[in-house]
Write a protein that binds this ligand. Structure first.
Ligand code: FNR
Length: 186
């Protein structure tokens, strides 16, 4: 059975290395996982006043999460934490209270940064929210990808075979995690 994975990229930048990574992951994933990017760039800032009548882009994004079998976060680190645009997307799909789209979706986190720490701070701050949102998150392998400035060739493909192999293994582990923790579609 094919599982539909909503990929949330934590950067809006046109040349984002995280977006490139997400596109590579779609190719490295096993046949059982179908990845598609759930875009967050046009989401308005979350405002609790709008809970009864949320803006159309927020409704559309939330629907994509609701309909997904699993969620995969691919994100940079901003100031040792989660980029605001990503936190906003998480908040948008989590409300109104009791109607969160994240509840029970199996998930995984990959952080990618040009630096040596590989976005560890963002990765773990993100996990803090995911615990509250009841997203069972893949524990191992962890994926803190550093040295992002040298990761891709000019065509946007991952240069090093060993990095490709690591990410292939990560996606296989995620596929097994999704099967072991199936989402209840709402
Ligand atoms: C950064 N960057 C960054 N990098 C990092 O490793 N740790 C950090 O805390 C930060 N903080 C930070 C804050 C802000 C506001 C910006 C704009 C950038 C650098 C960041 O990793 C780099 O810009 C990446 O290229 C962002 O990922 P994308 O956009 O290429 O996917």
């Amino acid at each position: 059975q094919v599982r539909n994975v909503a990929v949330i990229v934590g950067s809006l930048r046109k040349d984002s290395m995280n977006r490139k990574l997400a596109l590579n992951l779609a190719k490295l994933a096993p046949d059982g996982l179908k990845l598609h990017i759930a875009e967050i760039g046009s989401l308005p800032l979350y405002n609790q006043d709008d809970d009864a009548n949320p803006p159309a882009p927020s409704v559309a994004f939330k629907k994509q999460i609701q309909e997904a079998d699993a969620v995969l976060f691919v994100t940079p680190e901003y100031n040792r934490s989660v980029p605001g645009v990503l936190k906003n997307a998480i908040d948008v799909a989590s409300r109104p209270y009791g109607k969160s789209a994240w509840d029970g979706k199996p998930g995984a986190v990959i952080s990618l940064s040009p630096g040596a720490i590989g976005g560890f701070g963002a990765n773990h701050h993100l996990r803090q929210s995911l615990v509250f949102l009841n997203v069972p998150v893949l524990q191992q392998p962890e994926a803190y990808i550093g040295g992002g400035g040298d990761l891709f060739d000019e065509g946007g493909n991952i240069k090093k075979p060993e990095t490709q192999e690591f990410l292939r293994k990560f996606m296989n582990a995620f596929a097994a995690w999704v099967e072991a923790n199936p989402a209840k579609l709402k």
